[in-house]
Design a binder for this molecule. Sequence first.
Ligand code: RNT
Ligand code: ZN
Length: 412
Amino acid sequence: MSYESAKAAFADWGVDTEAALDRLKTIPISMHCWQGDDVVGFEQKSGSSGGGIQATGNHPGRARTPDELRADLDFAYAMIPGSHRLNLHAMYLDTDANPDRDEIEFAHFAPWVDWAKGQGIGLDFNPTFFAHAKADDNLTLSHPDQGIRDFWIEHGKRSRDIAAQMGAALGSSCVNNIWVPDGYKDTPIDRMSARKRLEASLDTMLAPPQDKAQMLDAVESKLFGIGVEACTVGSHEFYMGYAIRNGTLLCLDMGHFHPTENIADKLSAVALSLDEILLHVSRPMRWDSDHVILLNDDILQMAQELVSADLLGRTHIGLDFFDATISRTAAWVIGTRNMQKALLRALLLPLQQLKAAESSQDFTTRFVLTEEFKDMPFGAVWNEFAAREDVPNGQGLIKELDRYQALVADRG
Ligand code: RNT
Ligand code: ZN
């Protein structure tokens, strides 16, 4: 179907496709660096990834250096319509120096900032509280040992400074997201002390004032992880309260709740108590497996909530998945485009009619409308978006993804 026919079909329902495309263009997705190298990073060290985070698969083409990762990102961004962001983890520093986590500085990330400037993209940041000898027991900010806590507090403080400098250099506030693996494999006897230690460490870390125009603090909860099945110190209730009391962003990761929970239902609830939200869009399969996101009901419902509850202006959309069984660049491209496609579908819904039906308790009309709308020509509107943004689609996209994968396949 041509775009003009699709436009008319949506207009029939009172939906303006041009307005939807204009809005979609302005929504940045923060693409996570760690899909490109299986969450390994560029520290000069050996050891396991730790923290229960494990990419599986050995598809050829893993980026081994910052230059390779940037080349892969350049390609991926060229396949994704719109202008986006990069979400960097502290362990992806780009320097010949070999600083420990409590020694990192902005200078160690300068090549990333120069690159981002050249690409016109914003950066987000994360302290790395895993994949380190001092995190091997899955205790960092809540560790009973004050020395270990201080080490990680220093890492966290430095990460906030680096994020602020990134935000200042790029003229776009950098979200600095804190996730720690802390927890217990078996049932602890004193959860309260662990949570008090985590709280106190966060308080110390977040005490130095930062300009919100430069950096924004976010905290990420989790239900459980491998090796910490019995108790996660930074649970949802812990961080929900912490974020409200301290005015930080709350990061909702789609894989960090019970498998039957959907964060689509949480957005409007937490938005009443929080200014801003960070999303880690992911696809849990049976557990927090971080599969590449599909254009499935979970993502569609979440995007619908963002639009329907008017939360796009105060939600930062980040991705968090990693799959090493398929082309890593294809995973980035398809996952990011799926997030955009979900937003587009949400922007093309006859929301006023749906809301009117619901508020008059006419659930039959709401039901018929949502189901009839599934046959609307969303694809033609997406094709138009891709064409206007000069990115390939369909067979052209497959050709490009294959071509790039062949280029990187002989990396060792
Ligand atoms: C882990 C969290 C966290 C990480 C990244 C790499 O369960 O989801 O966000 O995936 O920091
Ligand atoms: Zn996450």
